[in-house]
Design a protein around this ligand. Structure first.
Ligand code: NAP
Length: 278
């Protein structure tokens, strides 16, 4: 039986087991996908244990996405550029890492845009809030989508500066300048934890954001974050972050279980329902 899992610390809250179990059942695959809590101190030992137990791979979540890079036999160019690994394949005892967050982000937007008729190309001039690991993956996706300028708005611009190596059309601005940047946005993306359940809401004034700008949040608890609520109230097309989680899981499932999950819009909606159930 093929076995995969998600590793993190903590990891009990992860929706990945529900997601993969759903596909295993749907495609009648005799497989297993569980969650394994591995502390940072135990990471090296923990992943070797997975190899010893015959796992064919695993997803990686907080806090291991960056630190695991040095513990793998191979890391592909994309994951190296992003500086984070979220999917590992084990073959003949060797660990190969990649990053599927950029794919998950783009596919989530593609799925939503296929259901809408948008007045303008949302990828022209995106504005990214935050400059962490997820922002790096998203910037790769935006660059691949041929964004003309990618605006990054961060509270610490010096810390965000290395992002410039990801594409040659990135502008980095301080959070205080957001009101000047918003009028340029074709797409506004929150990649900070602001708005997450139990965290402070993104307090921002969306005045100045062009009417046709799309607004998306990669935080998905709650599904409709305060930012998305406000954007929806103002009439913007909004995309929540749960789809990114769903789509980033597809490449891993495909390689571990030799079956690519295919999602119609209806399957996608049903899967979202399943994942948000208490
Ligand atoms: P990260 O590497 O810690 O980056 C977080 C970024 O947000 C950093 O730039 C940080 O700035 C900034 N930030 C944090 N608090 C802020 C505040 N109060 N005001 C302004 N900026 C703030 O985290 P990550 O891995 O990128 O993840 C970010 C969020 O995305 C998490 O909530 C995560 O759960 C979610 N996520 C969702 C998906 C999905 O599939 N939907 C995938 C990946 C991540 P500093 O560097 O200055 O601290």
């Amino acid at each position: 039986m093929k076995k995969a899992c998600v590793i993190g610390h903590p990891v009990a809250h992860s929706l990945s087991p529900t997601l993969h179990f759903h596909w295993l059942k749907q495609y009648q695959i005799e497989g297993q996908y569980d969650a394994r809590d591995i502390s940072p101190e135990q990471l090296k030992r923990g992943i070797h244990q997975l190899v010893a137990e015959g796992y064919c791979g695993f997803n990686v979540t907080i806090p291991h996405k960056e630190t695991i890079l040095n513990l793998l036999d191979k890391v592909d160019d994309l994951a190296r550029q992003i500086g984070a690994v979220n999917t590992v394949v084990i073959e003949d005892g060797r660990l190969r890492g990649t990053n599927t967050d950029a794919f998950g982000f783009s596919e989530n937007l593609r799925a939503h845009f296929s259901q809408a008729s948008l007045a303008a190309d949302p990828y022209q001039t995106p504005v990214v809030l935050g400059a962490g690991g997820a922002a790096r993956a998203i910037i790769k996706a935006l660059s691949d989508a041929k964004a003309k300028v990618i605006y990054v708005v961060a509270r610490d611009t010096a810390k965000a500066a290395p992002l410039k190596s990801l594409a040659d059309n990135i502008e980095i601005h301080a959070w205080e300048r957001l009101s000047q940047i918003l009028p340029k946005a074709s797409l506004l993306i929150n990649t900070t934890p602001l708005g997450m359940e139990g965290k402070e809401a993104a307090s921002m004034d969306l005045n100045g954001l062009p009417k046709e700008a799309v607004v998306t949040d990669i935080v998905y608890t709650p599904l409709l974050t305060p930012l998305l609520k406000e954007a929806q109230r103002r009439g913007h097309f909004v995309v929540d972050g749960l789809g990114m989680l769903i789509y980033q899981a597809i490449p891993g499932f495909k390689v571990w279980f030799q079956q690519e999950p295919k999602l119609t819009w209806q399957d996608f909606q049903q899967l979202k329902q399943l994942l948000v159930q208490p």
